[in-house]
Write a protein that binds this ligand. Structure first.
Ligand SMILES: [Ca+2]
Length: 550
């Protein structure tokens, strides 16, 4: 299998989780809301006061294997691989972690596709004797952690040197993981969050033909679109077949919001003082954003049928050299866009290239994503909590992350004299690599790696990713909700989002007049209880800041 095909497979899996990560957490709980604020001292003092202690046999776990000298079995409740032909319970990488830890695995694996539903049924019934459990979701409403099913890990930090260190080095994630009661219950898997995020891309050949460099502000950007529209950029003798920009509607907020000071991805944003506002109700900046897009639309720089545009159409246009500007997940850059360009020769000069964000009255940025992925907790009903905690700690250690990302040296990868690593011929076969157990996030707290992603994409793409990293801004944080909060948000937010979608399209197309009808739009949002939703987000953000220690 060639590199391109592997890349598409691996990255397709990655993008599926990215998309999933964008969805707002929903669901409702049955627990009563608690009013207590975070007690950051609990976690921090647990981190500071932890000390390695002996187990009954006199053995001390220090963060390196083994976790015990007594042997034993750890039972994991988790999900099967998303590759149907992969038995993750027999994958060499997974078995290696158990072997080093000095324990045997035992499994309760549920099907990947139905895990969320089926696992939650079993957890709600409390009917599992597994030691370690992969949660069906990130427990956004604290349903599981309040059910008493999981032990507060901070009470066992003596046995978690690797996790303690990781939390100390990752303040944002530590704050996000801190429950309302001040405890940390889960060890997360980790997504790539600041790399390979959605960005603006140009056809470099068209840019060169226009004698321009990538515009950094909206005015120059519009000039560039006009140039692309009016000239025979593809050189087919017809100056009328160029479509200056092909951006799917869902990415317009990512692309243009920041130039107006808006994070329209979640819509919720906080200023320097911690005041939370709803960007879609910003009557100073959002109105300018809409007016700008309406101008693009009226001038034909944003196409009339922009709403139904999908990725397949964008790819088709690029393959026919019909369009010059795109905005998409970074992986599309070399894997779906550049590779179909008729004259792409593998170099940056002939590619669709990612560029810095557009600025306006506000400095541009890109919105990254939350890094927390699948959560693992220790069953409070386990007969061997200490051993399970130690195993979870070892399974998230840096050493094990190397296994998850690269596999085993000499088999799936080799290390070059300069210290860089690359997959072996076998390792480049995605089917083999999946069966080997690469990135076993279904059963263990694995982290995605930038380094392992870099080698899947063209070298120039990895280089562009490094250049764009500094523009990524952390998205609205994941903050645990009380069940009362989530009930209210789930009751009101869908209607609010529906109103936003309908109105923004009407404003952009000029069916509604921005100057005359924006106030009525705000009134409508108010009548849909936007104020209550923002109040809840404010309370949640206050808890987050407190957990951050601010
Ligand atoms: Ca043409």
């Amino acid at each position: 299998m060639n590199k391109k095909v592997i890349s598409v497979l691996v990255v397709a899996a990655m993008s599926a989780s990215m998309l999933a990560g964008c969805a707002q957490s929903a669901g409702s709980g049955t627990q009563e809301a608690e009013t207590g604020l975070n007690n950051t001292d609990k976690v921090d003092s647990a981190i500071q006061n932890a000390a390695a202690i002996e187990d009954p046999s006199g053995f001390v776990y220090t963060g390196e294997a083994p976790i015990t000298k007594e042997g034993g079995t750890i039972k994991i409740f988790a999900q099967t691989s998303n590759y149907p032909n992969v038995d993750i319970s027999k994958a060499p990488i997974v078995l290696k972690v158990f072997e080093e830890a000095g324990v045997e695995p035992s499994w309760q694996l549920l099907a990947y596709d139905t895990y969320e539903t089926e696992a939650s049924k079993i957890l709600e019934s409390g009917n599992t004797d597994a030691d370690i459990i992969k949660l069906p979701d990130n427990d956004p409403n604290q349903v599981y952690l309040k059910s008493g099913l999981f032990v507060p890990l901070d009470e066992y930090f003596d046995y978690m040197p690797n996790y303690r260190k990781w939390l100390s080095d990752h303040n944002i994630e530590k704050a996000e993981l801190t429950a309302e009661d001040g405890h940390i219950y889960y060890v997360p898997g980790i997504n790539v969050a600041d790399d390979y995020q959605p960005c603006l891309m140009y056809n470099q050949v068209w840019l060169d033909k226009a004698g321009m460099t990538a515009p950094d502000d909206l005015t120059d950007f519009v000039e560039l679109l006009r140039y692309f529209k009016e000239h025979d950029m593809n050189g087919n003798g017809d100056a009328g077949d160029e479509i200056p920009m092909s951006v799917m509607a869902e990415f317009l907020p990512y692309m243009f919001g920041p130039a107006f000071g808006l994070d329209l991805v979640s819509g919720f944003q906080a200023d320097d003082k911690g005041n939370v506002t709803y960007a879609y109700a910003d009557s100073e900046n959002y109105i300018k954003y809409l007016a700008f897009l309406n101008d693009l639309y009226e001038e034909g720089l944003l196409e009339k049928e922009y709403a139904p545009l999908d990725r397949d159409t964008v790819i088709d246009r690029i393959s026919k050299d019909l369009t010059g500007v795109a905005f998409d997940y970074s992986w599309a850059m070399s894997m779906m866009y550049s590779n179909v360009l008729p004259y792409y020769d593998g170099t940056r000069a002939t590619a669709f290239v990612g560029v810095p964000p557009l600025s306006g009255e506000h400095e541009g940025f890109y919105v990254g994503r939350n890094s927390l992925s699948g959560m693992f907790g220790v069953n409070s009903g386990s007969s061997q909590i200490e051993l399970a905690v130690k195993f979870l700690d070892y399974a998230m250690s840096e050493r094990c992350q190397e296994y998850y990302q690269w596999g085993i040296e000499g088999e799936s990868y080799v290390e070059n004299p300069d210290g860089t690593r690359e997959y072996t011929e076998k390792g480049k076969d995605n089917d083999w690599l999946q069966q080997f157990g690469i990135n076993p996030a279904f059963v263990l707290p694995a982290a995605q790696s930038v380094e392992a992603t870099d080698i899947l994409v063209a070298d120039w793409h990895a280089e562009i990713n490094r250049e764009l990293r500094k523009y990524i801004r952390h998205p609205w944080p994941e903050i645990y909700a009380t069940s009362k909060e989530s009930d209210t948000v789930n009751l009101y937010l869908p209607d609010i989002q529906n109103e936003i979608d309908t109105s923004s399209a009407a404003f952009i197309k000029g069916e509604k007049n921005v100057d005359e009808e924006f106030d009525a739009y705000i009134d409508k949002l108010d009548s849909l209880n936007m104020g209550e939703v923002v109040d809840i987000r404010q309370k949640q953000y206050d808890r987050y800041l407190k957990a951050l220690g601010q």
